[in-house]
Every structure is written in C-alpha cells, then in structure tokens.
Design a protein around this ligand. Sequence first.
Ligand code: EPU
Length: 337
Amino acid sequence: MPEIQHDISLKKYNTFGVEAQASHFVSFGSEDELNALLKDHRLNDLPALIMGGGSNILFTRDFEGLVMHNNIRGMEILEEDDSTVLVKAGAGENWDDFVGYTVAQGWSGLENLSYIPGNVGASPIQNIGAYGTEVKETIEQVQTLDRETFIPVPYSNNDCQFEYRNSIFKHRLKGKRVITHVVFRLSKKPDYKLSYGNLKEAVSHKGEINLTNIRDAVIETRRSKLPEPEETGSAGSFFKNPVIDSQAHQQLKAAWPNMPFYPMDNNQHKIPAGWLIDQLGWKGYREGDAGVHHKQALVLVNHGQATGDQIYQLSRKIRESVLAEFNIELEYEVNIF
Ligand code: EPU
C-alpha cells in the first residue's frame, strides 16, 4: 500500500502554481494500489480528490482530505493492422510525452493536440481539443475503476457522451470513477487535419506536410500565444467558448460586426470567449500577481505569488463584465476548488 503523507503543499501539483495544503496525500502507480487505497477503511471517511497533472484545477483553499495523485504509467500496443493501431496509455503518463511518442511512431490522430499540459487520464474528462481536433476522435475506450464497488468499468467512445469540452466524467459520473487507462485508435496512414486558422500555412513553413512538422507547427503556435508552462502558472483556457443561438448571434453581430464565430449544428454559434474578453480591454490586465495573459485573453495567469482566490476573484470580474456587455454567461473550463 502506498505511503500516505500529511500536510503536503499542492503548489507543485497544480500548473497554476498556487499554494494550497492537502491534509493527506498519496500517489498511486497501479490499479492494484488504487484498489487497496479505495478499500482501506481508515480512509473511507475522508473526502478524496483524484488528481492527475493538475492542469485544469484552481485551488482557492486548502483541501481537508486525501488527495490521490494518479501516477499509473505505461504505454502498450494492444492490436495493429495495416491501417490502424490500438494503443493503451496509463492515466498518469504526461500527455505531451505520449503525443510525442505516437508522432515518432508515425501514427496520426493526436498531432494537433501537441503540447497541451496535463496527463493522459484527464484528456477524456474534458475532451481536450485544439487546432480543429478533439481527443474524442481517437478514443476507443476509457478504462476506469468504480470508486464504490472497486470494479473495473470500461467505457466505449459512445458511452463517454463526448461533447465540446465535456463528457460523462464531468457530469453524471463526476467523482464516481477513477480513470486508469485510455485506449486510442490511431491511423498509420496520413490523415491530417489542417483547416484550423493558419495551421496549414504554419506547417508549410516547416517543409513537407508530415506528422513531425504538424506537431512542430502546433507547438510553435501554442508557444507564441500561450504562457510557457515552466515560466508562468496557468491552466490554459479559463473559460469555455460560449455557444449561442442564431437570434442572440444576429443581435451581437449587428453591434459587433467583426465578432468571429464558428457555426455549429442546430443553428448554434460558438463565439471565442478570448475575443469577448479582449474587446473589454482585459488582455494583459494585472491585479497583483493575478492576471490575464498578454497574448490570449482566455488564459488567466499567476505571475508568481497569486493566491487561487485572487485569480478566482479576477475571473468573476471578467465574467461580470462579459455578461454586462454581451449578455453571455461564461462557463468555467477550469475546475474551481
Ligand atoms: N481572440 C482575440 N483575442 C484574444 C484571444 C482570441 O481576439 O485575446 C480571437 C482570435 O483572434 C481568434 C479567436 O479569438 O479569432 C480564437 O482564438 P484562438 O484560435 O486562440 O482559440 P480559442 O478559441 O481562444 C481554443 C481552445 C484552446 C485551443 C485553441 C486553438 C477553448 C476554450 N480553447 O481557444 O484550448 O488551444 O482554441 O485550437 O476551446 C485550452 O482548452 O486550455 C486551450 C488552450
């Protein structure tokens, strides 16, 4: 059974780099260790929080309970034929190391999702997405453990109820399952998606269109717009891009003719929250060490010593101003704790 530690700082376990204490902390590296921990009666009364890479969480207070750090590692080919490969990765694998490995193998599907902070196990929870693709396009199965019955429960792609930045693990099964592994089906044949923004052009600057050049172009684009994870604390996009109906869209378009949007199914329109926030002059704004990134207004940052609560208070002001000006209620993408 893994060792339980007490009064542990979570600063290095969350990419915002904010200080918060966990009264108890444990790291598990296998399904068996997780099982033993879940069955341990001494722990059953404690509130428990499962954490992966800590890249989508903002702690606004200490955690009085047990933080369980998911460190299940390993990558394994389950099946392959001439055109596809089925590869399984441990939830605790670093996401971008995994993407780098698949690109080096010549497997296509995850290259547009390069350089996203966090671990493999978090990728299905919010159906991570970037540059015109979402992880749901490659997920074959999500393997989990039921926290109450301790029984392994696999979820097919369809079972996961994937939507834009959403899945069953974020609503109906929130806190009820621990993701242990994710199985991806990747393509051995080129199947590139280059229609987002100027991605195609960025790739062509690198030379021929291939997996490595796509990965490099995505990494370069992200580095030019988003804070460097080692330098500035953040959790990527703080809010989701809102989806509005065509009537609301028409009204806004009349007032803001330059407003970008992406058409969706059912006459809905997705509006970039970064653009809305930027229009209101927040980009680069700073209150102490809590701030809005100077190149991408959707990203809140910790310039050093900000507390989680300071970042949260800033996010509330931003939400209020977007509501007042655009009549849009922004939803948090980050989990606020
Ligand atoms: N924009 C502005 N000002 C800003 C930010 C954006 O005017 O400060 C405008 C851009 O000019 C562009 C549009 O808004 O016209 C969209 O911007 P961008 O391409 O940067 O993408 P996004 O919609 O802001 C989403 C994801 C990102 C992902 C990018 C690229 C969400 C919530 N965010 O951002 O994901 O990297 O697309 O695909 O969907 C993340 O989830 O943490 C994340 C970084």
